[in-house]
Design a protein around this ligand. Structure first.
Ligand SMILES: [Zn+2]
Length: 251
């Protein structure tokens, strides 16, 4: 870390120690050290493939097949990923009673894998490590989908006839109401909001840091690159996320 980074990390510790309730909001940057690609960065998945819109997934078997082919091809990265230093630091702060819950744009399940209970992880974009039926919401594991897909070469349907899709929010799909409401409540209840590893450009998720700030909370932005909210933040740290948060990992 740079000397400026070191002093910013000390300031971060002071802010966390002085806060009553800390709400972290995480994006892809917290998971890059775990081998999960940042979908939107240069060289990321979405610069190679055109994302499949939700209405196209619904409209054609071919698109559903293509969607599952892509997801299964990425499975080695998702299924072998382990929580990074940032995840472990937040899990420690959760156990210490500082962090009531984590809001995340990530779909990789790594906050849960770090020991934060499911109920304390608010997923704005869903979860790609399992699938659900779009009609009856029944859960399906990816191993089951892989087996069916391997046998038939087609994406399987639910017993009820509904389409089975990863439990993620696709492009063109409505944001999930429950998690959005919960994220808002958390944002308005904290006195320190930590935006970590998010470029803060994906709306409506990008609204939360500003909402926290307007409500009187302090705002910290920890991200490798500059964001458009840097000017309003109380502390901005452009350093490697894992290195900055490593001192918070409980031993
Ligand atoms: Zn179903």
């Amino acid at each position: 870390m740079t000397p400026a980074g070191e002093s910013a990390a000390l300031r971060l510790r002071e802010l966390i120690e002085g806060a009553r309730s800390v709400v972290p909001f995480t994006g892809a940057g917290i998971s890059t050290e775990c081998g999960i690609p940042d979908f939107r960065s240069p060289g990321g998945i979405w610069t190679k493939y055109q994302p499949i819109q939700f209405e196209d997934f619904l409209a054609s078997q071919e698109m559903r097949d293509e969607s599952w082919r892509r997801r299964l091809a990425m499975d080695p990265q998702f299924s072998t990923a382990r929580p990074g230093r940032g995840h472990l630091a937040l899990a420690g702060l959760h156990r210490a009673g500082k962090v009531p819950a984590v809001i995340t744009q990530n779909i990789d399940n790594l906050h849960q894998a770090s020991g934060i209970p499911d109920a304390a992880v608010v997923e704005l974009h869903g979860n790609t490590t399992y699938a659900t039926c779009l009609d009856c919401a029944r859960r399906y594991e990816l191993g089951w989908v892989r087996e069916r897909f391997g046998t038939s070469g087609r994406s399987p349907d639910c017993e009820c006839g509904g389409y089975i899709k990863t439990a993620t929010v696709s492009f063109g799909q409505a944001m999930p109401e429950g998690p959005m409401r919960r994220a808002e409540e958390l944002t308005l209840s904290c006195d320190l909001f930590l935006a970590i590893g998010s470029s803060l450009v994906v709306w409506p998720a990008a609204g939360f840091p500003l909402m926290a700030k307007r409500n009187g909370a302090k705002l910290v932005i920890l991200n490798r690159d500059a964001t458009e909210f840097d000017d309003v933040a109380d502390l901005v740290i452009h350093e490697d996320i894992g290195s900055v948060l490593a001192p918070f990992v409980a031993h």
